[in-house]
Design a protein around this ligand. Structure first.
Ligand SMILES: [Zn+2]
Length: 338
């Protein structure tokens, strides 16, 4: 079979063709593993890949490299989100754990018969959200796999899973596409000529889907305004409380991430003394200038504080947003301003 992109499902990203082909080949030879661990950084499309593989396995008449027909009973039930042999297990709320009861539902499902002897596919994502009891419960199912059942564990921090789980899964590692390929792909997706794909990709650490997400979430314009303000703050030309009021409608996680990105760049510059490695290359003058008088100890204390704030935000702990932003900017004045 030839390997042009038309042979792959259109929803599979070009940088995933290798993994897709390998898995589909195993499936054709009836050698597909019973558990896959899909690992790699955010923004590479692991979850979409898992869903597409599930849909291809549940299609009765796939063609090429797993291109589903879209018409059969299996395809229709997938589209209607009602396939009885497909299950996605995820935390009930962002930041929460996957409970042992959720995994017990999986085990129950695995022990039921499938529709006309077809495949059964279960996706657990993010796999690191399983609490210890949930992971232990899953382990039994991994040790005694049911026929025609595929479990897919999706994780951007694969090594944080228990070794007993990792060792029972076939790992499918997702890596960033080559820079030129990623830029070519991004360019096709961006219609706004003012957007610089190089900068976007750099801010997304090379992950194309993360770059698109940044664009869609308007982080780029948030970044521009915020960076101007924190530079003014560093120069003693802005008031922390006024800035806190100004930014209180912004997503605090994005704000914390942008501040972390700026400070990490200062750290980078202090180590290498070379602005070429900066992530925020378009702000190199401001960043190197802010870094000159900054004491390394203050820098570390502030980065720690931001990381703590980020982890509180991720765990959705009830935070007073206004107070958080006020503290962020006051501390910026204390630590970062010369
Ligand atoms: Zn089909």
């Amino acid at each position: 079979m030839s390997n042009s992109s038309q042979d792959f499902p259109i929803t599979i990203f070009p940088w995933q063709y290798g993994s897709w082909q390998q898995l589909w080949e195993s499936k054709q030879k009836h050698k597909l593993a019973h558990a896959l661990l899909l690992v790699g950084m955010d923004g590479l499309g692991k979850s979409q890949f898992a869903y597409e593989l599930a849909a291809a396995l549940l299609c009765r008449e796939p063609s090429g490299w797993g291109v589903r027909c879209g018409k059969c009973h299996g395809c229709c039930m997938m589209t209607a989100k009602s396939h009885p042999d497909f299950m996605v297990v995820e935390p009930a709320e962002t930041g929460k754990k996957i409970s042992v009861d959720q995994v017990r539902d999986v085990i129950k499902n695995v022990n039921e018969t499938t529709l006309k002897g077809g495949f059964r596919v279960i996706i657990i994502s993010p796999a690191t959200s399983m609490n210890v009891n949930a992971a232990n419960a899953l382990l039994k199912t991994l040790e005694e796999p049911a026929p025609n059942t595929l479990l897919m564990l999706v994780s951007n921090a694969g090594l944080r899973l228990p070794a007993t789980i990792i060792s029972r899964c076939q790992q499918v590692a997702f890596s960033k596409p080559h820079h030129a390929d990623a830029i070519a792909w991004l360019q096709k997706k961006i219609s706004d000529e003012k957007v610089n794909p190089q900068l976007l990709l750099k801010l997304a650490d090379g992950a194309p889907l993360k770059a698109l997400a940044l664009l869609e979430s308007d982080v780029i314009s948030l970044r521009q305004g915020l960076y101007q303000d924190i530079y003014s703050l560093s120069q003693g030309q802005a008031d922390p409380l006024q800035l806190a009021a100004k930014w209180q409608d912004g997503d605090p996680i994005n704000i914390v991430d942008l501040l972390l990105s700026w400070l990490t760049d200062i750290l980078r510059f202090k180590v290498t003394q070379d602005p070429v490695d900066l992530l925020n290359l378009d702000y190199k003058t401001e960043i190197t200038r802010t870094g000159i008088n900054l004491l390394p100890n203050n820098l570390f204390v502030y980065i720690d504080y931001l990381q703590q704030a980020r982890s509180d935000l991720m765990r959705a702990i009830n935070l007073n947003k206004q107070l958080l932003l006020e503290t962020l900017f006051i501390r910026w004045t204390d630590y970062v301003s010369g």
